[in-house]
Structures are given as structure tokens and as C-alpha cells.
Design a protein around this ligand. Structure first.
Ligand SMILES: [Zn+2]
Length: 235
């Protein structure tokens, strides 16, 4: 585990996707995403390394519903009573009350295979409270940025300028996350690519400030992140 910017820690032994711990002390300990179920052992070990049990968590905030991010949410809820939060539109899919759109068909072979896995073994979990744009939870603002999924969100921590971006703004192109890059949503994994790009544009046009990007895949981008993101995309 590594401290990115206090109070945010990154669980560095998970490789499929990123899990962050917001550790604001007792009663204010949150996971942002939960990783894929294949990395459950590492997830629990990372918590234990900080002398935490899963039951010490105040809750889990999902950036979106995909199983490489929500993959351990059901386990944490079932075994330890952890409360799970997600945007309303993804919450409905996770709870099975809205239809689940199929992914894939547009990427290369490996990307299509990953989409097939998602379609075959999607995450399902009961949501404690559905979140909406403009909500505040755990000292974070909820920004709805649909497109990658219906209910993708950014969580912005105004005090530290940290922006948790899920898969809507990436710092690497999965599954090869060793190569750092600033990546917009792209065809292979996006439900609605145009909408995802429009969400990003709208977020930036509204002038929301951020210094650091803590993305769903890739290493954190620490310092001057907003300028670096906009410069990368203007080239
Ligand atoms: Zn995703």
C-alpha cells in the first residue's frame, strides 16, 4: 500500500484495477472501488496491513458497475456487512432492476475477450443508497459522467484536489497498465463513447479544479493534473 496524497492510499498489490482507501480515521474509512474478485486475497491483505478489517470500513464508493471495480463489493457486503454506494443508474443495473447492456464487439481480440468475461460474470450487489450528481458523501462530491457506463461518476475531494475518475479518465490503457498515458474513454469498453467524451468536456467546461487524478487503471497522476490532462488531449 502507498500513500498517494493523504488521506488517500493506493492498494499497490492489485494489478487488474485500482482500489483506493480514503482513511479519515474511525467512522470515515472508505474504499473507492473493490477490484476484481480474482484479487480478493490481495484486497483483504492490503486492509490488514493497515491494521484494518473489512468490517472497519464505513463504506464502499463505486466509480461504476464493471466487475473489475465492483467485483468484491458483494463479498464485502455479505461477509462483513459493508455498505455499498453507487450512482443511481449503475445501482439499478447492479441490483438487477434495470437491463444490463452488453459490452464489446469493437476492440481487438483481448479487449473483446475481457468484454465477454464482463458480460458472462457481471457484478451484482445490493446498494445501500443510490447517489446522484451533486451529492456529497465521505467529504467527496459526486459528479455524474455517463458514457463508459450509464452511472459512471467522478468523486472529487476539494480539499486535496484529488479526482477519482474510474474508467472515464485513465492513466493507462488496460490491460497493459505498465505503460502510463492519459487516456480518454475509447471504443472497446465504452457503452456510449460520444456520451463519455461529452461528459468529460462538460466537466472541464464547468471549471472544476483538480490537482491529482486517481484513475481506475494506471498510476496516480500527482500534481498539476488538470493542465496535463487538457494538454495531452489538445495535442
Ligand atoms: Zn469499466
Amino acid at each position: 500500500m502507498r500513500v498517494v496524497v493523504p488521506p488517500f492510499h493506493r492498494f499497490s498489490t492489485l494489478f487488474v484495477s485500482n482500489v483506493y482507501l480514503l482513511d479519515g480515521g474511525q467512522g470515515d474509512r472508505w474504499l473507492i472501488d473493490t477490484g476484481h474478485w480474482t484479487e480478493r486475497v490481495q484486497l483483504v491483505a492490503e486492509l490488514r496491513r493497515t491494521n484494518l478489517q473489512p468490517s472497519d470500513l464505513t463504506g464502499v464508493l463505486l466509480t461504476h458497475r464493471h466487475s473489475d471495480h465492483a467485483g468484491n463489493a458483494g463479498y464485502l457486503q455479505r461477509e462483513f456487512g459493508v455498505k455499498i454506494y453507487a450512482h443511481r443508474s449503475d445501482a439499478e443495473v447492479l441490483e438487477g432492476t434495470a437491463p444490463r447492456a452488453q459490452m464489446g464487439g469493437k476492440g481487438h481480440l483481448l479487449e473483446r475477450a475481457l468484454c465477454a468475461i464482463e458480460n458472462r460474470w457481471p457484478s451484482q450487489v445490493k446498494i445501500e443508497r443510490a447517489l446522484d450528481a451533486g451529492d456529497a458523501i465521505a467529504s467527496l462530491e459526486v459528479h455524474h459522467v455517463p458514457g463508459h457506463t450509464e452511472g459512471s461518476v467522478f468523486y472529487r475531494h476539494a480539499n486535496t484536489g484529488c479526482l477519482m475518475t474510474g474508467d472515464t479518465l485513465l492513466t493507462a490503457r488496460p490491460p497493459l497498465t505498465i505503460i502510463q498515458d492519459i487516456v480518454k474513454p475509447y471504443d472497446a469498453y465504452s457503452l456510449d463513447l460520444k456520451q463519455a467524451h461529452a461528459s468529460l468536456d462538460a466537466f472541464h467546461a464547468a471549471g472544476w479544479a483538480y490537482e491529482n487524478v486517481l484513475a481506475g487503471h494506471g498510476k496516480p497522476l500527482v500534481g498539476n493534473a488538470r493542465d496535463r490532462v487538457l494538454k495531452a488531449w489538445s495535442e
